[in-house]
Design a protein around this ligand. Structure first.
Ligand code: UT7
Length: 336
């Protein structure tokens, strides 16, 4: 009888890419009735990146993926699957952005597919990759959170267009026998009762594309910001407490708390409720805005590139987004 050695999933590398075009609060104040003061005070955002017209989500994703693959020091041929989390795919509805990215990278005859969990996308990706690896289905999975969210922003709606930005973050999740360098736990959840708080109502099967839908601008993101804000703070805090308790860990054993970067006020409220000092909280919202599924891997990449995390650093991830969806994860960074 053969005995299976336990295999764990390790986040073995991270990479990110942002478009070069910087859009400041001042720039937006020339398009909609807003101000640097309002945006800074209510969100903490100072600037964000917008992709060019000829750049699609897959272009950002491919660039982030190449960096992650190089840092993982693996040959592209060993990647068993490519999964992308996005709410701004290249095409509606096919091919998936993952198929485009896999083709760009020369990965063929391997599974490639997208998932839609909005801003919680990267946590959902981690959960999926962990299951695939621990069940010994695959050994190396490329996961990417990528958004050209500017393509679904209503530039006439000041309550949403100032909040979001474009970018991509990628990671290679590899099989390891070393539990101390693995994704220790992931929990994901959703509550569709709140679907109307944050949505793109038009151009799906509910309200198919038509001149009227476009006239009413229903193809763009709509958000009831204030209600979403309140649920976000409560849910994110509760979620972190639960995952720490479940793993018998205290916040002092966590090196960095990496929350979804939607709003500095949400990040500060959750960070303070949990008792994390500000140096332990990853912060990129001021320079990138809310990049939805890309926000957490971009924030991990920021910590990595600034030399703050090293192999074994313990990260606590926490995300919240449209659906409503949310999720958290605890991992020990497996990269070099
Ligand atoms: O990533 C997915 C999850 N997303 C989130 O978690 C986002 C959650 N929500 C938020 O971050 C905040 O609710 C916002 C930043 C979206 C809004 O902040 P708020 O403090 O909740 O403001 P509000 O929506 O209550 O609006 C306050 C006022 C309103 O004016 P009145 O009605 O008080 O006269 C808005 O019309 O601010 C006005 N306003 C603006 N003013 C200047 C809304 N957007 C703007 C703007 N510039 N861009």
């Amino acid at each position: 009888m053969s005995v299976k050695i336990p295999i764990y999933a390790s986040l073995s590398s991270i990479g990110a890419y942002v478009p070069s075009r910087i859009v400041s609060n001042e720039d937006l104040s020339k398009i909609v009735e807003t101000s640097d003061e309002w945006i800074t005070k209510r969100t903490g955002i100072k600037e964000r990146r917008f992709a060019e017209d000829n750049e699609a989500t897959s272009d950002l994703a491919t660039k982030a993926a190449r960096i992650a693959i190089e840092r993982a020091q693996i040959d592209i041929s060993v990647i068993d699957a490519v999964v992308v989390a996005t709410i701004s795919p290249d095409f509606f509805c096919m091919p998936s952005t993952a198929c485009v990215v896999a083709n760009n990278l020369g990965i063929i005859n391997k599974p490639a597919f997208d998932i839609a969990a909005a801003c919680s996308g990267f946590i959902y990706l981690l959960s999926l990759a962990k299951s695939f690896i621990e069940s010994q289905t695959y050994k190396n999975i490329l996961i990417i959170g990528a958004e050209k969210i500017s393509s679904i922003l209503d530039m006439e709606d000041r309550s949403t267009c100032v909040l979001f930005g474009d970018g991509a973050g990628a990671a290679v999740i590899r099989a390891t026998e070393d539990k101390s360098l693995s994704v220790l736990d992931v929990q994901c959840a959703a509550n569709g009762q709140y679907q109307e708080l944050l949505m793109t109502p038009g151009c799906g099967s509910r309200y198919p594309a038509s001149a009227e839908i476009l006239r009413e601008r229903l193809q763009f993101i709509k958000m009831k910001g204030n209600e979403t804000f309140k649920i976000a703070v409560k849910t994110l805090t509760k979620d972190v407490v639960e995952i720490l308790q479940r793993n018998h860990l205290s916040k002092d054993e966590i090196d960095f708390f990496v929350p979804h970067q939607a709003n500095l006020r949400i990040i500060s409220a959750v960070g303070e409720a949990l008792g994390f000092s500000s140096e332990k909280v990853a912060l990129t919202v001021q320079k990138y805005g809310n990049t939805s599924a890309a926000s957490i891997p971009m924030a991990i990449n920021d910590l990595y590139e600034s030399g703050k995390i090293k192999q074994g650093s313990k990260l606590l991830l926490d995300a919240f987004g449209g659906g409503l969806t949310w999720g958290s994860a605890i991992l020990a960074f497996g990269g070099q």
